[in-house]
Write a protein that binds this ligand. Structure first.
Ligand code: SF4
Ligand code: SF4
Length: 494
């Protein structure tokens, strides 16, 4: 396209036709304030994503089932393996990381490891906690003596999206809470405090300190898998319509492509830190205009991240399971959530042909060094590991195998994410044409997957050498744009 000069012509035409906004009211009233999906993305009915759901068997997930929970990991491995893991889900990880650094392994240089560590400044492990109930930080309508903001659900949705963009978020969708979609809300949080629904006017929590409370009556040797600390609770009101707001943060494909090393990990560490700030800002914005906003108290909290993004229509589910896949940003995103009573317009699940493509692709499954990603051709209702939860016809992934691989490698792996064809740039590349075709017909999926294996995957698979021997390029010489993002991938540039 660039060679034909069409990109430049298109840009000029777009610039000439670009609307001029004078204030926020004009922005949210204008139809262009609504983020449109690329033309090849179809909207589906509400609560009907491309992976089949069975709300009757679906359970609310508990963070205490996730392998990042040390007790969940301990329950999932035998005693000999637990001994080898040094009685922690991450102790071996740290030991192997230091060993690799001291042995001078590529990707484990001091500057690489420190780049990732420092990128986390802003998220939970550095002390910036989130809040379920918003602390009173910004002025509220009553402080000014003005009524709270009033807008139609559509105006409010565009308003939130505009605010979120300013705060750093990308695509944003809305899922109204009902008996089915409540199952997106976690049952038990990572600090073992349960979420409950009550007929109360406002949300509240009985443990306002965001640091995990001391857990009582907990027996780590119990066969139960769904522990919760019943002494405390976080409550979501049912007395009014509540909405989950779900959005994503962009990650850097160029950094992901560095592979299974700390520079690659920097990209999502940065996204986690950015997400924490975005949640806090959006929560304060909503409270500041006079509505309630219940946020993620820690990270990856409150609601199922991937599932909420799928239901909100900002992504489709995928074979690799670790992340959902955005039509615009591929596997290079993180998903964030909050719950509000600000009236919003629901957004629809999407069909961009992504999940269907996963049926034949399997690139991530072939690349996964631990065998954690399903190689089945068809998705299944059957769960395969203790970290799974039923109710979705999906490719369930084995978190035990995955985290064991992380420990043995001494770094956070994301090979599955990095090799996914949807991480490729959408611009100045045949990939935009392929995405459009994939969305319309699955006939060429096998051909496109094989093409990716021949011209993309094999090259990148070597680049992401699972033995960490061969980082693809000298990242420090790339001179990337801010945050390492692909800055050519703007919101209206598919
Ligand atoms: S992160 Fe690595 S080990 Fe885990 S599923 Fe992905 S490729 Fe496999
Ligand atoms: S690599 Fe292929 S199978 Fe795996 S998530 Fe991406 S598109 Fe789906």
């Amino acid at each position: 396209m660039k060679g034909l000069g069409l990109a430049g012509a298109g840009l000029s035409a777009a610039a000439a036709a670009a609307p001029v906004f004078h204030d926020l009211d004009e922005v949210i009233a204008h139809p262009l304030a609504k983020v449109n999906h690329p033309w090849w993305v179809k909207e589906r009915d509400l609560k009907d994503p491309t992976c089949e759901l069975d709300f009757s068997t679906m359970k609310r997930y508990s963070q205490t089932l996730h392998m990042f929970d040390p007790n969940a990991f301990k329950r999932a491995v035998d005693s000999a393996e637990w001994d080898r893991m040094l009685h922690s889900n991450f102790a071996l990880f740290g030991m192997n990381m230091v060993k690799n650094m001291n042995e001078g392994r590529p990707g484990f240089a001091l500057r690489d490891v420190t780049l990732a560590s420092a990128a986390g400044f802003g998220h939970d492990i550095y002390g910036m906690k989130g809040n379920f109930v918003a602390p009173r930080l910004v002025m509220r309508p009553e402080d000014y003596g003005v009524p709270r903001w009033q807008g139609t659900p559509e105006e409010n949705t565009r308003m939130l999206r505009a605010a979120l963009r300013v705060y750093g978020g990308r695509d944003m969708g809305v899922v109204p809470l009902d008996q089915d979609t409540r199952k997106l809300v976690y049952h038990v949080e990572e600090d073992y405090i349960p979420y409950e629904f009550e007929d109360v006017p406002k949300g509240y929590e009985t443990h306002p300190d965001p640091n995990p409370p001391p857990f009582e009556n907990y027996d780590p040797n119990s066969p139960e898998t769904d522990y919760c600390n019943m002494k405390y609770k976080r409550v979501i009101p049912t007395s009014k319509q509540m909405y989950i707001v779900s959005w994503n943060s962009q990650e850097s494909p160029e950094m992901h492509k560095q592979g299974n090393v700390h520079i690659g990990a920097t990209s999502y560490t940065l996204a986690y830190a950015d997400g924490r700030i975005e949640i806090n800002r959006l929560q304060q914005f909503i409270e500041g205009i006079g509505y309630e906003a219940l946020g993620e108290p820690h990270w990856n909290d409150l609601c199922h991240s991937s599932g909420t993004g799928v239901m909100a229509g900002i992504a489709e589910t995928s074979r690799m399971s670790l992340t959902n896949i955005s039509p615009r940003f591929g596997s290079g995103t993180r998903t964030w959530k909050l719950i509000t009573d600000l009236p919003l317009a629901p957004t629809h699940p999407i069909d961009a042909g992504i999940f269907k493509f996963c049926h034949t692709c399997k690139i991530c499954a072939d690349a996964c060094p631990s065998g954690a990603v399903s190689k089945e051709s068809e998705p299944s209702w059957d769960i395969v590991a203790p970290n799974n939860s039923p109710g979705c016809k999906n490719y369930y992934y084995n978190g035990v195998k995955c985290l064991t691989w992380w420990n043995d490698g001494g770094q956070a792996c994301f090979i599955c994410n990095a090799v996914c064809p949807f991480l490729e740039k959408g611009k100045a590349h045949i990939h935009s044409l392929i995405k459009g075709t994939v969305a319309i017909t699955p006939i060429f999926n096998g051909f496109f997957a094989n093409m990716e294996k021949a011209f993309g995957f094999d090259y990148r698979h070597q680049a992401y050498d699972v033995d960490y021997e061969q980082p693809s390029v000298d990242w420090w010489e790339l001179d990337l744009p801010e945050k390492g993002w692909d800055s050519s991938r703007s919101v209206k540039d598919y």
